[in-house]
Design a protein around this ligand. Structure first.
Ligand SMILES: [Zn+2]
Length: 502
């Protein structure tokens, strides 16, 4: 006797439909699973057996084999439980329905027969839809997430019994979960930031061109406060990006049932003592996305970055370069998207004096402290800004512009960049390679004059000149002009030079 249905196997960010075939026949009574199951899938046998019995069905006292195919794809996690139980019920003719072969079943089973939520339902359902399936049964807690996939008919189940009743046509599964929608926590507003005119402007330029930023300044000067406000001035995520970001957070298991779709750029701030695994992803069994992927299409904020180990800092090079991260695993490599905007913050020196206290570090110690950031990592940071304490005049001048006002300018500037670069595959000025800026999009000599002067005096390196060019395009986009003028280039040179005292 045979019973067949389908589930989805997740292999990092790649998901594939898996055929689940149960055969029940003569032989020594037992229950085996074939097709590269990992330990957690093998443990499913106990859960599936108990769930079937405790839902009022019979577990056959025969030889039961569940084959998961394609066999060579590694199967990880508890998400196959429900499909295995359904396939066994079908093989023993305890359920029968034409829906069996056209539906994807996702969920873990409790010993009592309840369906429990699993991670990664959104990417799994997206993969099922792409494979041509139009119907999925998922844990009720994740039904809102699954329902984000267009063209997919989803039903939320809370028990194996409900799934069987639905297959028999006796029950309609809910396509929503009875939890009140929750509002995302508000992003703090730029209007709260007093003074810091330069740093605010730097952040606006950074947002407009997707430039990475290094902020230095005394502790308590407001570096974290400013960085937390960056998502509020970035454009909201488009639908495609929203789905991609939500799918990553679904794999992390951090989506709330009442707020399935992430529409604002995420803000991720790992501690400076974080390991490379926490930052890049990994772990045993299922390779989890790390901070760089959670920050995909959003902001990765590294506070006190000079306290991070050189190894951890250097590990950021690959995602910064490629927009994705390759996480080594026992059975190969997991690839996750990781295109984020990097905000580095650092105290000027190890003694980290408050702004009205004198530093006790020697000149050598001061240089060495930020020196560890130098090289390939800093080459990718287009904007460096040193924050000083706001003067009394700034403190008296009251609130600055709101995030909404700044976001409007940023959104317009980004749209201009998209229009200019999209045929080359770049979405933001920060992505444009230096060679393109120097050749195909070379500016007229009079516009480039400030850079030529700086280069001749050795006040800027060739790489620094490329960064200044990228910034100049962003300044031009913010002004709403077609191409940078000499003043944009001059300003850009100053911007990247400010605070560059090491
Ligand atoms: Zn010091």
């Amino acid at each position: 006797m045979l019973g067949q249905t389908q589930a989805v196997g997740l292999n990092a960010f790649a998901a594939h439909v898996v055929d689940v075939q149960a055969s029940v026949g003569s032989g020594l009574p037992g229950f085996s699973v074939t097709g590269s199951p990992d330990a957690s899938v093998r443990e499913a046998r106990d859960r599936v057996r108990a769930a079937i019995k405790n839902s009022g069905f019979t577990f056959p006292d025969l030889k039961v084999t569940v084959a998961l195919s394609p066999a060579d794809m590694p199967k990880v996690g508890s998400g196959f439980d429900l499909s295995m139980a359904v396939a066994i019920l079908a093989a023993t003719e305890q359920v029968s329905s034409e829906k069996l072969v056209s539906t994807i079943f996702l969920g873990e089973l409790g010993l009592d027969g309840n369906v429990r939520p699993i991670r990664g339902v959104l990417p799994a359902v997206i993969a099922a839809r792409q494979a041509g399936y139009r119907r999925a049964v998922v844990p009720i807690e994740t039904v809102a997430e699954a329902a984000l996939v267009e063209g997919m008919d989803v039903g939320g189940a809370s028990s194996l019994k409900e799934v069987a009743a639905w297959l028999a046509g006796d029950l309609v599964l809910d396509n929503f979960h009875r939890t009140a929608p929750t509002k995302p926590p508000p992003i703090p507003d730029m209007a709260d930031v007093v003074g810091q005119h330069e740093a605010r402007h730097a952040l606006e330029i950074a947002a407009a061109g997707a430039h990475h930023v290094l902020m230095t300044g005394s502790p308590g000067i407001g570096k974290t406060m400013l960085a937390r406000r960056l998502p509020g001035i970035l454009p909201p995520l488009g639908l495609e990006d929203s789905l991609e970001v939500t799918a990553i957070h679904s794999l992390v298991g951090e989506l709330s049932a009442g707020r399935p779709l992430i529409t604002e750029p995420p803000f991720v701030a790992p501690h400076h003592s974080s390991s490379t695994t926490a930052l890049l992803g990994g772990g045993t069994g299922f390779a989890r996305p790390g901070a760089v992927s959670k920050a995909h299409r959003g902001v990765l904020f590294l506070d006190e970055c000079a306290e991070m180990s050189v190894k951890v800092l250097e590990s950021l090079r690959e995602p910064l370069e490629d927009g994705e991260v390759r996480v080594p695993r026992r059975d190969g490599v997991a690839v996750y998207p990781a295109r984020f905007q990097l905000i580095l913050a650092a105290n000027p020196c190890p003694c980290a004096p408050a702004h009205d206290v004198d530093c006790v570090c020697t000149a050598v110690v001061r240089r060495r402290y930020l020196g560890k950031l130098s090289g390939p990592l800093l080459d990718r940071v287009d904007i460096r800004v040193r924050m000083d304490p706001p003067g009394n005049a700034a403190l008296m001048s009251g609130a600055g512009e709101s995030s909404a006002e700044v976001r409007a300018r940023v959104t317009a500037a980004r749209a201009a960049a998209v229009e200019r670069w999209s045929e080359f595959g770049w979405r933001t000025n920060a992505e444009v390679p230096g060679s393109a800026l120097r050749q195909k999009f070379r500016l007229p000599p009079d516009v480039l004059r400030p850079i030529e002067l700086f280069l001749r005096d050795g006040r800027v390196t060739a790489r620094g000149a490329d960064r200044a060019l990228r910034l100049a395009w962003t300044l031009s986009d913010l002004r709403g002009t077609d191409a940078p003028v000499e003043d944009d280039v001059a300003q850009a040179l100053l911007y990247r030079d400010r605070g560059a005292t090491w």
